[in-house]
Design a binder for this molecule. Structure first.
Ligand SMILES: NC(=O)c1ccc[n+]([C@@H]2O[C@H](COP(=O)([O-])OP(=O)(O)OC[C@H]3O[C@@H](n4cnc5c(N)ncnc54)[C@H](O)[C@@H]3O)[C@@H](O)[C@H]2O)c1
Ligand SMILES: [Zn+2]
Ligand SMILES: [Zn+2]
Length: 372
């Protein structure tokens, strides 16, 4: 079918997104076509444009945070029916590899190829200007229709609004799980969250769920600090220095139990202030994506080792999509997790470059592209 999509023809050059006609193929084996309701604007797509995350293939259709209705299924797509409501998970889960069967489906073997520029079988479902188009995360949700592997689709109940459910494809589980799982937050913890955008605001929500006592949201953008208490932040700080002072007062100089890094671009200079405000035996969680070629990191290694601290990276907030996407949808239904309030502004696909400009300027918790 012919439709519109937002492509990067020159990833890594900052040239922005080109909205143009694309040709989308019908589903092959174990694939389905989904009519999307919406797509979130996650910072990870911006990394493709800036070059922080280099790509082996161009053009690429962006977008990896969507939800919609299944309209066509290919052979062997057991468990899915036309009309099902699904969240497109930015990492697939095959359910059969070692990582999947051991409860770490965020690191599913199939996920290794999500930036490879083709479908898992090495071919393309999308074409533009006579060329095969790669899809971000096998998805490409910057188009109103997607043909994707069923391993990337997670069914949700039909009473969950799809426009909001889109955010459960990446930002919400990544942030929420960074607190709940990767940081293993405990009742009464004092926690610091650096960067409260689409991911970090959900780390705040995860910390609240886990019963953290003090939740300090750090962000240079006043709007983010102003909104953070709605999601559970008990304190806010503009800078790392201010956060360190607050932590010291709250903990009698002991330090925070957990410190999470969910900023837009993870620079090596963030690690030292983060570890310095972490208590002995505490944990620093790194969720934010760093520029791929960055190697320099500043850290007082002596203190880090001698005070038994832990540095924990996390992909997808260490969630298991088939378990945690329906779980998060249910928390939303029960009023225990906010989704509506995360959506600051909606855009049409044609306005996608404005949406990314707004992301860079920190105007939104989450900007969302809504399809008709
Ligand atoms: N690990 C994963 O699986 C995973 C998944 C999704 C996104 N990500 C990454 O997480 C990061 C956050 O994504 P997002 O969509 O929430 O981005 P965002 O742009 O919505 O939010 C980032 C926030 O960080 C703030 N910030 C920037 N520099 C800061 C600093 N020095 N101190 C404190 N705050 C600072 C910004 O003002 C903004 O509010 C990105 O790097 C993204 O690529 C990782
Ligand atoms: Zn994302
Ligand atoms: Zn797997």
């Amino acid at each position: 079918m012919k439709t519109q999509g937002a492509l990067l023809w020159e990833p890594g050059t900052g040239s922005g997104w080109s909205v143009e006609e694309i040709e989308l193929d019908p589903p092959k084996a174990r694939e389905a076509t989904v009519t999307l309701a919406a797509s979130g604007i996650c910072h990870s797509d911006d990394h493709l444009d800036t070059g922080d995350i280099p790509l082996p293939w161009a053009p690429i259709l962006g977008g990896h945070e969507g939800a919609g209705v299944v309209t066509e299924i290919g052979p062997g797509a057991e468990g899915l029916e036309v009309g099902d409501h699904v969240v497109c998970s930015f990492l697939p889960s095959c359910g059969r590899c070692t990582m999947c069967v051991s409860g770490r489906s965020n690191m599913c073997a199939l996920g290794a190829g999500v930036l490879g520029g083709t479908s898992p079988d090495g071919t393309h479902r999308i074409h533009a200007r006579g060329k095969g188009v790669g899809a971000m995360s096998y998805l490409g949700t910057f188009a109103p229709y997607v043909t994707v592997p069923v391993d990337a689709l997670v069914k949700i109940d039909k009473d969950i609004p799809l426009e909001k459910a889109a955010l459960i494809g990446c930002g919400v589980p990544t942030g929420w799980g960074s607190s709940a799982y990767a940081a293993d937050m405990q009742l009464g913890d004092t926690v610091v969250i650096f960067g409260v955008g689409g991911v970090g605001m959900n780390a705040v929500q995860g910390a609240r769920h886990r019963g953290a006592k003090n939740i300090i949201a750090v962000d240079p953008v006043a709007y983010k600090r102003q909104r953070a208490p709605e999601f559970g932040a008990t304190h806010t700080a503009e800078t790392a220095e201010q956060a360190a002072e607050l932590v010291s007062e709250m903990t009698n100089g002991q330090g925070a139990d957990r410190v999470l890094i969910t900023v837009g671009v993870a620079h090596g200079s963030l690690l030292e202030p983060a570890q310095a405000m972490t208590r002995r035996g505490g944990t620093v969680v790194l969720t934010a994506a760093a520029p791929v070629h960055q190697r320099n990191v500043e850290i007082d290694l002596f203190t880090f080792a001698m005070s038994g601290k832990r540095l924990q990276g996390t992909l997808y907030g260490s969630t298991n999509s088939r378990n945690d996407i329906p779980l998060i949808a249910d928390l939303y239904r029960r009023g225990e997790l906010k989704l509506d309030e995360l959506v600051t502004r909606t855009y049409s696909l044609e306005d996608i470059n404005t949406a990314f400009q707004d992301l860079r300027e920190g105007k939104n918790i989450r900007g969302v592209i809504v399809y008709d």
